[in-house]
Design a protein around this ligand. Structure first.
Ligand SMILES: Cc1ncc(C[n+]2csc(CCOP(=O)(O)OP(=O)(O)O)c2C)c(N)n1
Ligand SMILES: [Mg+2]
Length: 578
């Protein structure tokens, strides 16, 4: 080898090193690309093929959070995305890591929370050769095919260049469509030196031009009606002040779906509360009596339309949504206004402000809502009436605290008894309704919000995952778990009793004895108390809000039928009788 050739080779190596140094390998470059465009917490569960991701996170400015399962990690990310509106990252291994993520991704899809899953795949040379956990397209369980139906993009990259393009593309789609996405990168691609970063991710913010023709048509319809009402779903976010303005111009009742609880302040005189699931009497009356309904950001599905109540067909429906697929899904709108909620509401309010001609036809009691009457259920010794417990929580709840309700009788009780007076305070993902969601998602919400966070969950929900331990590891104070411990899956049992009578005789999921939730929580390092009376609950709740570590209140509750008649009716009607 000549000296010139040697120099050329060492120069090339030097240039290569210099280029490589700031970028590192593909795993490192991926996080450099994502930083700033995603929320800073990365839920991850380590494992052989995912190690390059974990190495890449070092010094990236992003913060790895070790979840106890990928399912819990996925819910954590869902909480982060819900709180921040930014895409939340999850890093997982292929195979079981990815299959564990299916449930939280489906939940995020329902709630339109952007989650970016980066999974690590077996090396390209091992694909299709029975490598452990092979989730490639050549393996037995292709992870991209598994996630394809529940994500906006699911793509595998077994080369470095495609890996970088895939991540960039996935992030754009997650942001634009507010949906989960999945990129699977092979181990060898992850560890290949990155040659160049793709152009930084610069997503154009959502926000569409207002459909002014449709707005004018809507205004004309509104002017001809007598009793308009507004029903808002989760898609209304973020439209707080605009929504209040529109309601005040129309002076009409405003209802929310259970998932959008609080998006219109429930303390506002025009609030008729939550419609359908666990609704109050007023909400139902307001919908029935209205002749025109402005539905904003909701698909008018089972919970949003009280089991597709036929009364919706008799109204003039003005449907506002940023997804045209929602129009006509359940009821045909007289006017469909495609656009982002806040902008459209603002345009409607502006157009109505000068032209509003409807006269006030609403009976006084329907535009001035009274608080729900207390549940008269008597106390049983040693256990608290859950309705009274919720009213106590309501009294002690700080105004800016986040409340997460889990699925179970607590979700119905929380919807019914809590009054949420500001948007983005209450999270109940009823669309996918997965038991255990809040227990894990609250950790993400508390971390991302910095606000006191209250979880209302049942004992079965608490037992279904262990992300409380993650909250303990993160030293998250001001995080209070109120666990309504009624010894089992009471919502199911209660539903069966309402449907079939007391002796249906099948396994409904009630336990022989209550689990010792406080002891389990202590075992994970949390502060924990058993509360058997309201004063015990109140004292523990107050202390927990200011505590420096997570608090669990093992609240022994009576089995009182929750307000869930609509759901029972839906299940009863759907049965085919012989
Ligand atoms: C993953 C999942 N499995 C099953 C269900 C059906 N389910 C709905 S409520 C419920 C009971 C939850 O029990 P718990 O958390 O103790 O609350 P409770 O109703 O007893 O107050 C079950 C099993 C579900 N929604 N999600
Ligand atoms: Mg229970």
């Amino acid at each position: 080898m000549t000296r010139t050739m040697e120099r050329t080779r060492s120069d090339a190596a030097q240039i290569f090193r210099e280029r490589r140094a700031p970028l590192g390998n593909v795993a490192t470059a991926v996080f450099k690309l994502l930083r700033g465009a995603v929320a800073p917490w990365v839920a991850c569960l380590p494992g052989g093929v995912a190690v390059p991701y974990l190495e890449g996170l070092r010094g990236s400015g992003l913060r790895p959070v070790v979840a106890k399962t990928e399912t819990g990690g996925g819910f954590f990310a869902d909480g982060v995305a819900w709180e921040t509106g930014m895409p939340a990252l999850v890093v997982a291994i292929t195979g079981p890591g990815l299959t564990n993520l299916i449930t939280p991704l489906a939940c995020a899809r329902h709630e339109r929370n952007p989650i970016v899953v980066l999974s690590a795949e077996v090396p390209s040379t091992a694909m299709g050769r029975r490598a452990v956990q092979d989730g490639s397209d050549l393996g037995l369980c292709s992870t991209t095919r598994l996630t394809a139906g529940i994500t906006a993009l699911s793509v595998a990259a077994d080369g470095p260049l495609k890996a970088m393009s895939a991540v960039r593309h996935a992030l754009r789609i997650a942001k634009a469509r507010r949906m989960p996405v999945h990129v699977s990168i092979a181990l060898d691609a992850l560890t290949t030196p990155a040659t160049a970063l793709p152009t930084p991710i610069d997503c154009i913010d959502r926000g569409m031009a207002v459909d002014s023709g449709a707005v004018l048509e809507a205004v004309a319809r509104i002017n001809r009606c007598k009793r308009p009402a507004i029903l808002v779903g989760r898609g209304v976010r973020p439209a707080g002040p605009e929504l209040v303005q529109l309601a005040e111009i129309l002076h009409c009742p405003v209802l929310t779906t259970p998932t959008a609880k609080g998006e219109f302040p429930e303390s506002h005189p025009l609030s008729a509360g939550v419609y359908s699931f666990a609704h109050g009497r007023l909400a139902h009356q307001a919908i029935r009596a209205s002749d025109l309904l402005i539905a904003i950001g909701c698909g008018l599905g089972e919970f949003a339309s009280r089991n597709w109540d036929p009364c919706f067909q008799d109204k003039v429906l003005i449907h506002v949504d940023d997804d045209p697929a929602e129009f006509g899904r359940n009821f045909t709108p007289a006017v469909a206004v495609l656009g982002d909620a806040a902008t459209t509401i603002r345009s409607l309010a502006a157009a109505l402000g000068t032209r509003l001609r409807i006269r006030r036809h609403w009976p006084r009691q329907l535009v001035s809502v009274q608080p729900v009457a207390p549940n008269p259920t008597a106390y049983k010794r040693g256990a608290v009436d859950p309705a009274a417990a919720f009213r106590a929580i309501q009294r002690l709840l700080p105004g800016d605290a986040r409340v997460l309700a889990d699925i179970g009788s607590v979700s119905a009780l929380a919807v019914h008894h809590l009054r949420i007076n500001a948007p983005q305070r209450f999270y109940l993902p009823l669309g996918y309704a997965c038991v255990g969601h809040a227990v894990a998602a609250a950790v993400g919400v508390r971390a991302a919000s910095g606000k006191q966070t209250v979880v209302c969950a049942g004992d079965a929900a608490f037992l279904s995952n262990t992300e409380l331990h993650t909250a303990v590891e993160m030293r998250l104070g001001g995080l209070v778990y109120v666990i309504a411990n009624n010894a089992g899956n009471w919502m199911v049992e209660s539903g069966l009793r309402q449907q079939f009578g007391r002796h249906h005789g099948i396994e409904s999921g009630m336990f022989r004895a209550p689990a010792n939730i406080a002891a389990i929580a202590r075992g994970m390092g949390a502060r924990a108390t058993v509360a058997r009376t309201l004063p015990e609950l109140e004292a523990a709740f107050r202390v927990g809000l200011d505590a420096r570590e997570p608090t669990v209140i093992d609240l022994r509750t009576q089995c009182v039928p929750p307000p869930m008649l609509d759901r029972v009716q839906f299940l009863t009607k759907a049965r085919v009788r012989p």
